[in-house]
Design a protein around this ligand. Structure first.
Ligand code: M6R
Length: 605
């Protein structure tokens, strides 16, 4: 998963590309590179490390009107200068940037090497530049078309050639790519934020689309060369919405954007006091469904776990929630009247996409819950419900998670209404509470300082435990993921009742235990487990609803949540965990928005 940026026009290519790449660093940031056309030659600069390293190596920005750039997240070959993109052919007259994986690169490389091509890197990508070189006669377009015929795998790529400095060729299969349309200049990018502020007119490329980009023209065909007519997508996002907006980090900004994101996602979902998603066109695929599979990865999977409880409880449909990378390789006993729900913030997660396709192959309709309009998941699913969280830049998912949870509730309530599985009065009460849940989140956000102080106190710990029962357990899993991913503190989530079956042995003097206590019906049970860890020396921080404060008195610290309906608590109880993780990362000096070894969008399996 990498970021691609390209420019062709009368303006200066380098600053445009560097700026675009800086907006794409969430896609990968172990190395960066740029290729420009200057003085009749292609000039490549690439460096291991963050984009700033490459920019330093560039020195004064050279003048050029054409260029392609890349931020990399390594898949084949370690992060290094020589493995960074762009990759050139033997003579340095062709250069390629690529996002994806060339699955047959090993055999292609063997053949090309036998034919005399000299490879400079360990990447799969480099076979592309050598193949284009091999096929090049006098047309870059033809050479790339021939190259695509022998490639297997996934790719978004941009190719330039010193002999044709007036075009960029691009192609897409299974990795995202867009074209930005300017006046006398055009852009290529992996994602819209890279070109926001320069143009709001884009083409979102589909798989098997091939682009010839000049400064005045964009020609799109399929791989066979047949013209493809596409509609221009007008981006309505405010460019500043993709910036940090006064916060020190994107993650903190995105945590604070949750009330607005929840309101946006809620919009248009309530009619006559009840949740009604009929306008989303999902009723036909939900009709008569007897089994639901919810499949996702990471944080989105955790939202799916909450989704299972909600849908089973509300709509009385059995739900199986699974991790996409597991689901895709197990022998699923497909229920003949089932529905697949895939959840993905980016809409580009490789494993989730593979499950979506597998479901469709098995005749199962797919409903996608995603945050990215025009993403692969959105395009390939039968129906889509968007989370309106806006661009999420920080690798750690926050506002995407809370809006995914909200969609799970909306779905549960909608299904319950059309299936008449719950009394209308109950559905109306839950709809009303959901409709003002943003206020509960605001209340928790106002406790940021208190949570920051807790993080300051516990910043030096090595291990932490997150406990809960029922819905609290699902949120505990998300809290533990958040803490480990950005602060690098070991964090384990456990169902509170499971502790004594093994993990209790790890509890020792001073180990922090964060206990989620929002389920009124389970509070006594959870408190018994808390007594067990306290007896072994643990320090317990309770994240509890105000009305349960007294029951939680034995905990060492308390973060109080508004007294919300227990069923809806996850949307609120996750917020202190997000803030705690954020400040733990800050106090430990970690790179909050770009945690080590991770990337925002996981487009390889
Ligand atoms: O884009 P997706 O929602 O499909 O991404 C799934 C996971 O990669 C993602 O949620 C990941 O776990 C987050 N970095 C966690 O904060």
């Amino acid at each position: 998963m990498c970021g691609i940026m390209g420019y062709i026009g009368a303006g200066k290519a380098v600053p445009v590309i560097v700026d675009g790449l800086s907006k794409l660093e969430y896609r990968g940031y172990d190395s960066a590179g740029i290729c420009i056309f200057q003085d009749g030659k292609l000039k490549i600069t690439k460096k291991k490390g963050r984009l700033t390293e490459m920019v330093q190596a560039l020195g004064d920005f050279p003048l050029a009107n054409l260029g392609i750039g890349h931020t990399r997240w390594a898949t084949h070959g370690v992060p290094s200068d020589r493995n960074a993109h762009p990759h050139a052919d033997c003579k340095g007259r062709i250069a390629v940037v690529h996002n994806g994986i060339i699955e047959n690169y090993a055999s292609l490389r063997k053949t090309l090497t036998a034919e005399g091509h000299k490879f400079q890197s360990d990447t799969d990508t480099e076979v592309i530049s050598h193949l284009v070189e091999k096929f090049y006669e006098d047309s870059l377009e033809e050479a790339v078309r021939k190259t695509l015929k022998v490639l297997e795998g996934s790719y978004a790529m941009a190719v330039v050639c010193a002999d044709q400095p007036d075009i960029i060729i691009a192609a897409k299969k299974d990795s995202p790519l867009i074209v930005g349309l300017g006046e006398g200049e055009n852009y290529l990018a992996s994602d819209i934020p890279a070109i926001l502020g320069r143009t709001n007119r884009v083409y979102i490329l589909e798989d098997q689309e091939f682009v010839v980009l000049t400064r005045d023209h964009v020609a799109i065909t399929d791989f066979a060369g047949n013209p493809v007519s596409k509609e221009v997508f007008e981006v309505t996002w405010d460019p500043v919405a993709a910036e940090k907006g006064g916060f020190e980090h994107f993650m903190l900004k995105e945590i604070h954007e949750q009330p607005a994101a929840l309101r946006d996602t809620m919009r248009g979902t309530i009619k006559e006091g009840l949740v009604d998603l009929s306008d989303f066109g999902i009723d036909d695929i939900c009709d008569g469904v007897q089994k639901i599979y919810i499949v996702a990865c990471g944080t989105a999977y955790h939202a799916g776990l909450v989704g299972r409880t909600i849908i089973e409880n509300m709509a009385l449909i059995p739900v199986e929630t699974d991790i996409a990378s597991e689901f895709r390789y197990r022998d699923v006993l497909w229920h003949p009247r089932s529905l697949m729900i895939v959840i993905s913030q980016s809409g580009e997660t490789a494993d989730t996409l593979a499950v979506l396709r597998e479901a469709k192959r098995n005749g199962v309709k797919v409903l996608a819950v995603t945050n990215v309009v025009g993403s692969s998941v959105a395009r390939e699913a039968d129906r889509v419900i968007y989370t309106h969280a806006g661009p999420e830049i920080a690798v750690a998912s926050t506002k995407a998670y809370s809006t995914q949870l909200l969609v799970m509730y909306l779905l549960g309530l909608h299904l319950a209404r059309i299936r008449r599985t719950r009394p209308e009065a109950r559905l109306a009460q839950l709809a009303a509470s959901l409709n003002c849940i943003d206020q509960g989140v605001e209340e928790v956000l106002s406790q940021q300082d208190k949570i920051r102080q807790l993080a300051e106190k516990y910043q030096g710990v090595q291990d932490t435990f997150f406990l809960g029962r029922g819905l609290d357990y699902s949120v505990a899993m998300e809290g533990a993921l958040k803490l480990k991913e950005i602060s690098y503190v070991h964090a384990e989530a456990y169902a509170a009742g499971e502790l004594k079956h093994g993990p209790l042995a790890l509890i020792d003097e001073g180990v922090p235990v964060l206990a989620l206590i929002t389920q009124d019906c389970l509070v006594d049970k959870t408190m018994s487990n808390i007594k067990e860890v306290k007896a072994r020396g643990a320090v317990v921080v309770a994240i509890c609803k105000e009305n349960l404060q007294e029951a939680c008195q034995e905990c060492d610290e308390q973060i109080l949540l508004p007294d919300i309906e227990q069923f809806l608590a996850p949307i609120i109880s996750v917020v202190p965990l997000q803030i705690f993780s954020y400040y733990m990362a800050i106090f430990r000096g970690a790179d909050v928005d770009k945690p080590r070894n991770l990337a925002k969008s996981v487009t390889v399996e």
